[in-house]
Ligand binder design. Structure first.
Ligand code: C2E
Ligand code: MG
Ligand code: MG
Length: 721
């Protein structure tokens, strides 16, 4: 027996075996996939053919080695069932005839072939089973290995999570979507003052601060409904001991694989201290350190909110209060006592509006403001202002002093939709100014029309200097006529403003403003020089008329020490003789700001100019002074003349004005003063005044104020009254 197929082939008839093996190879290749080349298949099957031939011939016979052939086929992956069927069939049919020489065929050949077929099939089946087993085992082994790895990874991540969860300084809590707490870490429990066990199974809702509870559920709801996957808020919680903890809370939602919400994970950080600090800083930023009242910033913040959120028709008001004469108190008693006073006033104001829900703020210095949110009636605002004034007015004890303090209040109330914070406060400021102007210790209510007039007034003020530079002012002259002869003895120079937009403006609308701003000095000087110039023209043209020009001097002008030089210079430059110039001063201007007659009067009189007291009878001057002053004439104020209305209807039955004029004229004449009656409008008035021995008259009856040419024409025409 030779194991080598090649040497066996020699023995068993190699050519026959090769032919059989070639057919066998062709059959297996036709019937299924063979992972070998043709030559390799033939070589393998030739070896198996020779081995089968040896098994059949062997003495003693055993079918067992045929199993190796079946096993070899499986090992070579020739496992197609149809190929096996071909192999077994060919073994029974062709094999003995083609491969075994007649001499080699044993007697029990058929039995042997059947046994070999069985052996081959058994080997084939066993090998196949072994291979499947080993494949399965390999798969199982790698599956187990993979599972181990996954589990290890999970264990690692769980360990890492646990380490973070337990060791974190931040509080971490896991809750179900119903709010039931599943687990919390130590930091979470410590922050809220509970044990971990107490918190497990509790509901997060039990921890919410009462004031936040509703908002917190909404937040949770939004999270669970998937509106957000995470939220972050600053929230307070109750600790077990009842105290409060402020937290920075971040909640995120963990979902099931299919997207349904599964848990919420909350991380909280204790920010109580930071919060307290923030609150303290915020309080400091929004309150006045002295009085503790809300400050200007908080006031405007609150006002802004009220205006922004106001419903249609909602009204809002402010009482803007300023202490009267606080500067004097501060200066005389010192700042410490001044501060104490402010503190007390602040407390009183807060107390008097407390309970009405009004905000009291200190705006700075001695200014306080009360914000009235709502209330339709201006009377409500006035009631608040009166309460505030009463609170201020009660005597205040500071140090050893008992002080009587008063304040002024500007009240504004309007519809929230129609105003802005700055408009409202501007109106309140204007109104406060009115209350001060009306005499202090009182309130005033905002009046839009008055404010419009004020604004127009200030626009005029602003335009004054440029108007003077542009030469927009002109002089009109009004005759002053002798009541005895009817001759024009003088003219009064009256200034007008030819405003490019507003037309001709009378002095009542701008002289006061010019006085307030000080521009009167420049304007007055212009009037003086212009009037002297015109008067000199008339003197040259009509020397016999000896026409006097009468120029008004404002108090501020008369009070200016330079006035004497100005007048002297005006006379000098124009050439007008001093006795043809008259200066009119009101009683208060005569007395000057120091309460004594002006020193300049004597120096002006020394220049040779005439001095008249204008609007005599309207002031409160001490008549005794008149005797000692270098005054030449009195101009009786219009209202006395107006009372002399003997025009048929005898209004003043007792002729009181006539009797006053009579007395004044007698007094003036006793002091050797001329008397001019102003505002003479009728012939009857002129006649009465003449009868009362008034010297001259001025008014529409004798001629209205008119441009210089009208006076020239009158002088030329010799027109009398
Ligand atoms: P005043 O000095 O008492 O001037 C007389 C005012 O009476 C003038 O008003 C004049 O137009 C007005 N008047 C004239 N006839 C009548 C009349 O028949 N009835 C009535 N009721 N009034 C009459 P005007 O021109 O508006 O001046 C008003 C005031 O303005 C003057 O009062 C004077 O105080 C001031 N003023 C006018 N020009 C100047 C000026 O150049 N400098 C200064 N400082 N004040 C001036
Ligand atoms: Mg006058
Ligand atoms: Mg007058």
């Amino acid at each position: 027996m030779v194991a080598d197929p090649d040497s066996a082939g020699v023995d068993a008839g190699r050519a026959e075996a090769q032919g059989y093996a070639a057919d066998w190879a062709r059959a297996v290749r036709r019937l299924g996939f063979v992972p070998l080349s043709v030559a390799e298949t033939e070589r393998l099957l030739l070896a198996q053919t020779i081995r089968l031939a040896q098994v059949v011939r062997a003495e003693p016979f055993s079918a067992h080695p045929a199993e190796e052939v079946g096993r070899a086929l499986v090992q070579a992956h020739l496992t197609e069932p149809q190929a096996l069927a071909w192999t077994l069939h060919a073994l029974g049919a062709d094999f003995p005839r083609r491969v075994l020489a007649a001499a080699d065929r044993p007697a029990d050949l058929a039995d042997r072939i059947a046994a070999v077929q069985g052996g081959l099939a058994a080997g084939f089946a066993r090998a196949l089973r072994d291979r499947t087993f080993s494949q399965q085992e390999r798969i199982t082994r790698s599956a187990w290995k993979a599972r181990d790895e996954v589990e290890q990874a999970l264990r690692d991540s769980e360990a890492r999570f646990r380490a973070i969860f337990t060791g974190a300084a931040i509080g971490i809590g896991i809750a179900g979507v119903d709010g039931r707490i599943i687990d919390v870490n130590q930091a979470f429990a410590d922050m809220l003052g509970y044990s971990i066990e107490e918190l497990r199974e509790a509901n997060v809702a039990a921890l919410f601060h009462a004031d936040d509870a509703a908002g917190m559920w909404e937040l949770y709801q939004a999270l669970i409904e998937g509106e957000h996957d995470a939220v972050r808020v600053e929230k307070r919680y109750h600790r077990k001991d009842g105290t409060m903890v402020w937290t920075d809370l971040a909640v995120s939602l963990i979902r099931h694989g299919d997207g349904r919400p599964r848990f919420t994970v909350a991380m909280i950080k204790d920010i109580t201290q930071r919060y307290a600090l923030q609150q303290r800083l915020r309080f400091q930023a929004l309150h006045d350190p002295l009085t503790g009242l809300p400050n200007r910033t908080l006031f405007f913040e609150t006002l802004g909110q009220v205006l922004d959120t106001a419903a249609a028709g909602h009204r809002v008001g402010v009482c803007f209060l300023d202490l009267d004469g606080f500067k004097a108190i501060n200066d005389s008693l010192g700042h410490d006592l001044g501060d104490q006073l402010l503190v007390k006033i602040g407390q009183r104001l807060a107390a008097c509006v407390a309970g009405h829900g009004h905000l009291v703020a200190r705006m700075g210095g001695d200014e306080f403001v009360i914000l009235l949110d709502g209330g339709d009636d201006i009377d409500d605002a006035v009631a608040v202002a009166e309460a505030a004034l009463a609170a201020v007015a009660a005597p205040v004890h500071v140090g050893e002093h008992q002080l009587a303090v008063s304040a002024s209040v500007g009240i504004v109330q309007c519809s929230a939709e129609e105003t802005t914070a700055s408009e409202l406060m501007k109106a309140a400021d204007t109104t406060l100014y009115w209350a001060k102007g009306a005499g202090r210790g009182r309130w005033a209510v905002y009046d839009p029309e008055r404010s419009a007039r004020d604004i127009a007034r200030s626009a005029l003020v602003a335009g004054l200097p440029a108007a003077l530079d542009r030469g927009e002012f002109v002089l009109h002259y009004q005759p002053i006529v002798s009541l005895l002869e009817g001759r024009m003895l003088a003219v009064e120079a009256l200034v007008r403003w030819e405003h490019p937009e507003l037309g001709l403006i009378g002095p009542d609308r701008f002289i006061g403003l010019a006085e307030e701003t000080g521009l009167i000095v420049r304007l007055g000087e212009w009037v003086l020089r212009r009037a002297c110039h015109d008067a000199e023209q008339w003197r040259r043209e009509f020397p016999d008329a000896r026409l006097v020009v009468s120029v008004n001097l404002a108090a501020r002008q008369a009070d200016d020490p330079a006035i004497v030089d100005t007048v002297a210079d005006a006379l000098h430059t124009t050439g007008l003789p001093a006795d043809l110039l008259q200066l009119e001063l009101t009683e208060s201007a005569v007395m000057g700001s120091a309460g004594e007659p002006l020193r300049s009067l004597y120096r002006l009189a020394a220049l040779g100019v005439r001095l008249a007291v204008d609007d005599f009878g309207t002031g409160y001057s001490n008549l005794a002074y008149l005797r000692r002053l270098p005054i030449h004439s009195l101009k009786l104020a219009g209202p006395f003349v107006e009372g002399i209305r003997a025009d048929g209807t005898d209004v003043a039955a007792d002729h009181r004005d006539e009797r006053i004029v009579d007395a004044l004229v007698r007094l003036a004449h006793a002091l050797e003063l001329w008397v001019t009656a102003e505002a003479v409008e009728t012939g009857v008035q002129a006649e009465r005044l003449r009868a009362l021995r008034c010297d001259t008259g001025q008014g529409r009856y004798f001629g209205a104020p008119a441009p210089a040419e009208a006076i020239t024409a009158r002088l030329r025409g010799g027109v009398a009254a």
